[in-house]
Design a protein around this ligand. Structure first.
Ligand SMILES: *[C@@H]1O[C@H](CO)[C@@H](O)[C@H](O)[C@H]1NC(C)=O
Ligand SMILES: *[C@@H]1O[C@H](CO)[C@@H](O)[C@H](O)[C@H]1NC(C)=O
Ligand SMILES: *[C@@H]1O[C@H](CO)[C@@H](O)[C@H](O)[C@H]1NC(C)=O
Length: 408
């Protein structure tokens, strides 16, 4: 990502004579990046100090697209995740790389959904009488103290049926006695303002859209929630199909960061699609338990030896507090650097308010977190001391502000 920046400077100089002044000369054209008020609100909210001063000094821009900014599911803090509208908002907010989580349909076509079985919380499928009956588990209302249940998978329906759905904000009400109530469960810090009928996307449509913006791709092969092979469809074919989509579209491997939580998917790409495999991102969820964290940290040199180049734990695992309460790089972060692994991390802006020490993402630094502005303090340690290459964000604008300020 940083090496790309150096390259674009050269391209920018080479074409300075023909590129209009308002263009950044970096392939993004004249995109007028818009951040909205949120980053400014967060900077104002910070504790006094040099970082706040520096960020305040950048308030008038210019703000530009950055590959430090990975759009996590688009811009789902306010837009229904993995919809055209969400990706469009992410682009406008300066994300240089946009994510599609990849799941397969009943007819083995690839579509963008965060999980294979989340259609009941991210779309209107339960309110579609023709399709709701096809769900793995149709809606059952809450009764006798038991929560409402439903489970609808992309593999329950065809791609054409999937395309007829509306994307909604992810959420559900476990106390619902009707479908209408069940679908009404958006977390308080998000909004339904843009959830009128989000345009759901196939993987190919996502590639076309992001390519038309000259941006870059980070598709995540989602762990199947059905037994594989599924109707003859193997995990290897699924992993291969995802890569084939970029080859078919003529996309250079250097523009694609394929991700997976499953080490075998990463090793599959390294072996069979090395040009894509060398950018593969291993999503490391072993850090979620204390013992797993220790094992994961110890295993990093071995992973590097096996050809893994990029690891991506959730960002809580990359920092900790020192004895004086200062936020510093964690053992995992230090070990990754030592093993010469690049780090991408997730996910900024998924936490809502931070005034009570934040949530999962801030668990190791909770004692140093008591206002929303503290998220920039954490980001600063990740960028400057841990040396992350990119941050996934549910609201790319917040990270773009930082990236533009520090020329990332
Ligand atoms: C469900 O469908 C009905 C009938 O088409 C519609 O009136 C209602 O607004 C829908 N509800 C939701 C939450 O989409
Ligand atoms: C569901 O009901 C429980 C018990 O009454 C309550 O604590 C909880 O807040 C309710 N959840 C929602 C989302 O309404
Ligand atoms: C950690 O590694 C030890 C030793 O190899 C193993 O016994 C243990 O199951 C691992 N724990 C986790 C959570 O991976």
């Amino acid at each position: 990502m940083r090496s790309f920046l150096a390259l674009t400077v050269l391209i920018g100089l080479a074409s300075a004579a023909v590129v209009p002044k308002s263009s950044y000369g970096n392939g993004y054209g004249k995109l007028n990046v818009q951040l909205g008020p949120r980053p400014f609100y967060l900077v104002d909210n910070m504790d006094e100090g040099p970082l706040k001063k520096k960020l305040q000094s950048c308030s008038e821009g210019p703000f530009k697209p950055s590959e430090f900014v990975f759009a996590h599911r688009g811009a789902p803090l306010q837009f229904p995740e993995h919809t055209k509208e969400s990706y469009t908002a992410a682009r406008r907010e300066g994300a240089g790389v946009i994510e599609c989580d990849v799941a397969f349909t009943k007819d083995k076509k690839l579509v963008c959904r965060h999980a294979q079985c989340d259609l009941h919380t991210t779309t209107n499928i339960l309110n579609r009488t023709d399709l709701a009956a096809k769900c793995t588990t149709p809606f059952t209302p809450a009764a006798n103290g038991e929560p409402a249940t439903a489970k609808c998978c992309t593999s329950d329906i065809t791609m054409e049926e999937f395309k007829s759905l509306c994307g909604k904000m992810d959420g559900f009400n476990p106390n619902a006695t009707t479908v209408e109530e069940y679908m009404d469960g958006t977390p308080y810090f998000r909004t339904d303002l843009y959830a009128t009928c989000g345009t759901v996307m196939t993987h190919d449509e996502y590639i076309g859209l992001v390519n038309s913006w000259s941006l870059k791709f980070t598709p995540e092969l989602k762990t199947p929630e059905v037994d594989m092979p599924f109707d003859g469809y193997t995990q290897e074919q699924y992993a291969q199909d995802m890569i084939n989509a970029y080859k078919k579209a003529g996309i250079k491997p250097s523009r694609v960061w394929p991700q997976s939580f499953l080490p075998d998917d990463i090793f599959y790409w390294i072996k069979n699609e090395p040009a894509f495999g060398k950018q593969a991102v291993y999503l490391d969820e072993r850090v979620d338990t204390e013992e797993g964290y220790i094992n994961a940290t110890a295993s990093l040199p071995e992973l590097a030896k096996k050809g893994v180049k990029i690891v991506a734990p959730a960002f809580f695992a990359l920092t900790k507090l020192d004895a004086s309460g200062k936020i510093i790089p964690s053992e995992y972060a230090i070990a990754a650097k030592k093993a010469k692994l690049d780090i991408v991390t997730w996910s900024f802006e998924r936490s809502g308010w931070l005034n009570h020490g934040g949530d999962y993402y801030y668990q190791y630094v909770a004692d140093a977190v008591n206002n929303d502005g503290d998220m920039y303090t954490v980001l600063d340690v990740l960028a400057k001391q841990v040396g992350i290459k990119a941050m996934f964000s549910d609201w790319p604008a917040t990270v773009t502000y930082y990236a533009s300020c520090f020329n990332l």
